[in-house]
Ligand binder design. Structure first.
Ligand SMILES: Cc1cc2nc3c(=O)[nH]c(=O)nc-3n(C[C@H](O)[C@H](O)[C@H](O)COP(=O)(O)OP(=O)(O)OC[C@H]3O[C@@H](n4cnc5c(N)ncnc54)[C@H](O)[C@@H]3O)c2cc1C
Length: 531
């Protein structure tokens, strides 16, 4: 795409900032790097309308095939192995498993390419706890039966800081300079959250909890899905700029969508689902340099004998005996006769891959819409210099208030390596424009690297000098969009039912992209098959 630098920066960072960035002539050196990951093979192959006739010698038989090796597919595989069921294969199109929770290997530490934390689960989430226990992350239980995670796996202080008008402040909500009215609205907002944290339906179910399958289906709560979070804030008299920013940040951070693109149910879910009781802090975060890559690596270790990578599943054919799964292994077509399949790849791909899906659709696949992101990993030879001696120090999560990006996470933080080289993972959700996904692929490495460095330079003037390399991942279908009228519209319930021996397990089925949701659906699908 031929755009001037100013146009490019205007699209991504806004006109005033682009103007300022382009007027100050810079002789800064530009680091090297490349676009990595996410193969676009599947899309190309399916569009080519190829013939998928498998040579007779290339057929084999397995009881179950799992399509997709993200957290959902890996969780299903983990459950199978835990239950001593071994007659299955997991097929992943990429060279590495993990999907949006995959990580990279580097120096001085590894780093995430997407998901980077998991809040400590409540005691009710027994299967997730047993997984964390298997990883030796748990130290014991507290007096109330909640798990205690070993300190080295819990996000280290300082956790978060925000850059606002030239300096860094602790936390994410901007308390510095808040007016009395800002404070009143913030307190009132907390009261509303407390109300929903304490709320129980007639059966004793919480309004918001993880996994979503445990949430109340009472209309008092689900009706919140009908309006946007922006409307909910307006209806409740919340107009304070910093509060509105805080809520918008939350939606962009967890869902890749803005306030007015997110349902009020999803907005409140973000704030309430990980708070045990009113007044309590949200559950602490489990993290490590490679983020949720640590869980992916553990899964892989347990199930690697059943995993086949670089296998593009091009056709899933239900028949009277079960399901035939056809995949492209390099240039060779291979087929697997199975009794059942777990479909753990994004739901929108179902009509393209599953034969006959469109003729008798079990659910409306086009309702599963995604937001796009780009993620950049910057390899720094040293830490950015603080602008003031009293500036709040580098944290795990570093957010830029005036930027449409989400800022960056510091990979070395959790290891307590506070000096010398580090890796910063920069996140940019493409939610400012319609068709963010299509547009994302119009931009090449140089464009996106320029956006990232220019954005970070507002807080770190030495970023060009320090960055030796910048690699970029474009996530076209990064996260399911919990837009108004989606989560409780009924479409997810239909997708959760097996259809023609195919069980759907991708996190999309929850309407929210989270590790816990992918894990829940992977286990659900595996359990359905085992039973
Ligand atoms: C930038 C970003 C940040 C995130 N941060 C967090 C976070 O901090 N915490 C959190 O809990 N969640 C986070 N998430 C969400 C989290 O990563 C996901 O909810 C979860 O990992 C999804 O797992 P999944 O298996 O359902 O799907 P995916 O990760 O989408 O995996 C699907 C897999 O299927 C494969 N596949 C697709 N089609 C085929 C085919 N035809 N044949 C074979 N294989 C196929 C894909 O290659 C992929 O590996 C983040 C997501 C993104 C994009």
């Amino acid at each position: 795409m031929h755009l001037s630098r100013r146009d490019l920066l205007t699209i991504f960072l806004g006109a005033p900032f682009a103007y300022a960035a382009c007027s100050s002539e810079s002789s800064s050196r530009f680091p090297e790097g490349e676009i990595v990951g996410q193969s676009v093979t599947l899309g190309h192959i399916l569009r080519e309308n190829r013939n998928f006739d498998v040579p007779p010698d290339n057929w084999e038989t397995k009881n179950v095939a799992i399509v997709g090796g993200g957290v959902a597919g890996l969780s299903a595989a983990w459950k199978f192995r835990k239950e001593n069921f071994n007659d299955f294969v997991l097929l992943e199109l990429e060279k590495e498993v993990g999907g949006t929770a995959r990580s990279g290997q580097g120096e001085p530490v590894n780093y995430p390419w997407g998901a980077h934390y998991l809040p400590v689960p409540f005691q009710e989430n027994a299967e997730l706890i047993s997984f964390l226990d298997e990883m030796s992350l748990i130290e014991g239980r507290d007096a109330f039966g909640e798990i205690v995670v070993k300190e080295q796996f819990l996000c280290r202080e300082p956790e978060e800081r925000v850059f606002y008008k030239g300096r860094w402040y602790e936390g994410l909500y901007m308390t510095a300079g808040a007016s009395d009215e800002d404070k009143r609205q913030y307190d009132e907002f907390q009261k509303q959250l407390d109300h929903w944290v304490n709320w129980r339906d007639a059966a004793g179910k919480r309004a918001f909890v993880v996994p979503i399958a445990m949430c109340s289906t009472d209309a008092t709560v689900t009706s919140l899905d009908k309006i946007s979070f922006a409307d909910w804030l307006r209806q409740n008299g919340f107009t304070s700029n910093r509060l509105v920013w805080y809520c918008d940040y939350a939606c962009r951070d967890d869902y890749g969508s803005k306030l007015d693109q997110t349902s009020a149910w999803a907005g409140l879910f973000y704030f309430c689902s990980r708070v045990r009781k009113s007044g309590a802090e949200s559950q602490p975060f489990i993290t490590c340099p490679e983020g949720n890559g640590q869980f992916v690596n553990h899964f892989f270790d347990k199930v690697k004998d059943n995993v086949r990578r670089s296998q593009v599943v091009v056709s899933v054919v239900p028949n009277e005996k079960g399901v035939d799964v056809i995949c492209l292994d390099g240039n060779e077509l291979r087929g697997i006769h199975c009794a059942k399949a777990i479909f753990a790849s994004p739901m929108f791909t179902a009509p393209y891959v599953i034969r006959g899906f469109r003729d008798d659709a079990p659910f409306a696949a086009n309702e599963f819409q995604h937001n796009a992101w780009f993620v950049a990993n910057l390899f720094l030879k040293d830490r950015p210099k603080p602008r003031f001696t009293k500036d709040f120090p580098l944290a795990w999560d570093n957010v830029l208030y005036e930027s449409p990006s989400l800022g960056y996470v510091t990979a070395t933080h959790q290891k307590g390596i506070d000096y010398g080289p580090t890796i910063l993972t920069y996140y940019y959700p493409m939610c400012a424009e319609e068709n963010g996904r299509t547009k994302l692929f119009d931009y090449g490495w140089r464009d996106l690297a320029d956006v990232c460095l220019t954005d970070l330079a507002r807080a770190h003037s030495d970023i060009y000098e320090l960055t030796t390399r910048i690699d970029i991942m474009r996530w076209g279908h990064a996260m399911i969009s919990p837009r108004p009228n989606f989560i409780w519209s009924g479409v997810r319930e239909k997708a959760m039912k097996p259809s023609r021996n195919i069980h759907f397990a991708h996190t999309d089925v929850s309407g929210i992209a989270l590790f816990e949701e992918a894990f829940y659906h992977g286990l659900r699908a595996a359990r359905e098959i085992l039973s």
